[in-house]
Design a protein around this ligand. Structure first.
Ligand SMILES: Nc1ncnc2c1ncn2[C@@H]1O[C@H](COP(=O)(O)OP(=O)(O)OP(=O)(O)O)[C@@H](O)[C@H]1O
Ligand code: SF4
Ligand SMILES: [Mg+2]
Length: 340
């Protein structure tokens, strides 16, 4: 396996609020290798976007972070804003969910590309810049004839593809795409996923793909990280995790995905916890159908399952459970969670 291009170690990110610190990312380790796509999944509010931004050193206002995000021998969290800005674009790219808020309505598509390329690759001549821009747009299915148009002249799906082309024109080594296809129809979604796959094949780009769609993960990702309440609870090869999840949360999340073969939709009882004051020990224990007494008492170990898989669950470390704590967790605790 190749060396990671980006490696996250012990990352914690929290937001200061009147109610206390929201621990949105709470001790995450993650590697991204050149040319691989890693899916990041989990319910709403589990910290995916916060982690996605943190991976690029792009912390939102009002947040603090500790830990390391290592990229080319440097910890992004320790860089000055000016140094970080230089990396943004040519090294680190981000694709956001709402394209309209990121494109300037007063600027033509051509101007967006010219400005981006001038800022990050000033040595590129005007003609070469135009050629690069048109190539990136063509890759996204936007014909050259539309280069001189304004953002409002495009459909939502096209604007999103323009945004992606803008991120890709600089050929960054790492891209974080935060639900890039959620607002799009299924056909455009499939097209974008295909384009992103070509991209990593052609330029060795490492992609962190945040998505609610587990179908996309199975289809387009090499590995997947399942996030719950600020932690990555399971990670491993996408096929293995989506076909045979080890962690109860991954399993429940998969079951709650709409499947064409089942008519009923299962949803996980309860909701992700308040991250100001999350449950002690395993954060999933109030909702977990497999919870044991130990799960409410001690933090579960992160267990290496081999073949690049890890699961943070007592079920994978039964030999380490102290005597008497293997019994199922009393059901009252679960009933309370279901009512909440
Ligand atoms: N600026 C902020 N100030 C305070 N709390 C925040 C802020 N941004 C996010 N949070 C909180 O941090 C937690 C994680 O949020 P985040 O947006 O990272 O989750 P997410 O997994 O991306 O959710 P979604 O799937 O809905 O996009 C949530 O509890 C959220 O309410
Ligand atoms: S540690 Fe216990 S509560 Fe947590 S996911 Fe595993 S079995 Fe469920
Ligand atoms: Mg999000």
């Amino acid at each position: 396996m190749s060396e990671p291009v980006l490696s996250v170690r012990g990352l914690r990110i929290w937001y200061g609020t009147d109610r206390g610190a929201v621990r949105a990312v709470d001790g995450v380790n993650l590697d991204l290798r050149p040319g691989e796509t890693v899916g990041l999944v989990g319910e709403s509010g589990c910290g995916k976007s916060t982690l996605g931004r943190g991976v690029l050193g792009l912390l939102p206002e009002g947040s603090s972070a500790v830990g390391e995000v290592n990229y080319k021998g440097r910890n992004l969290l320790a860089l000055k804003p000016r140094e970080l800005r230089k990396l943004r674009g040519p090294d680190l790219g981000m694709i956001f969910q709402e394209p309209m808020t990121r494109l300037n309505p007063l600027m033509k598509v051509s101007q967006h590309f010219e400005e981006t390329l001038k800022t990050h690759e000033p040595s590129l001549g005007k003609k070469a810049a135009r050629a690069r821009a048109l190539e990136a747009l063509r890759g996204m299915g936007i014909p050259p004839t539309r280069y001189g148009q304004y953002p409002h002249e495009f459909s939502g799906g096209m604007r999103q593809r323009i945004m992606i082309a803008l991120a890709l024109v600089l050929r960054p080594a790492v891209i974080v795409a935060d639900e890039p296809t959620t607002a799009l129809d299924v056909l455009v979604e499939a097209q974008i996923i295909r384009i992103l796959a070509d991209l990593r094949a052609n330029f060795d780009t490492a992609l962190l793909l945040i998505t609610h769609n587990l179908g996309i993960v199975a289809e387009a990702c090499d590995r997947v990280a399942v996030m719950y309440a600020g932690r990555i609870v399971e990670k491993g090869p996408a096929y293995d995790v989506t076909s045979k999840p080890a962690h109860p949360y991954s399993r429940e999340l998969l079951r709650s995905t709409i499947s064409l073969s089942t008519t009923s939709l299962h949803s996980i009882p309860g909701a992700p916890p308040n991250l100001v004051d999350p449950p002690p020990a395993c954060r999933f224990h109030p909702r977990c159908p497999d919870a044991m007494r130990v799960c409410a008492k001690d933090w579960p170990p992160s267990v290496d399952l081999g073949a690049g898989r890890r699961s943070e669950c007592w079920q994978s470390a039964r030999d380490r459970i102290p005597a008497g704590l293997e019994a199922p967790l009393e059901r009252e605790a679960l009933a309370v969670a279901e009512e909440a």
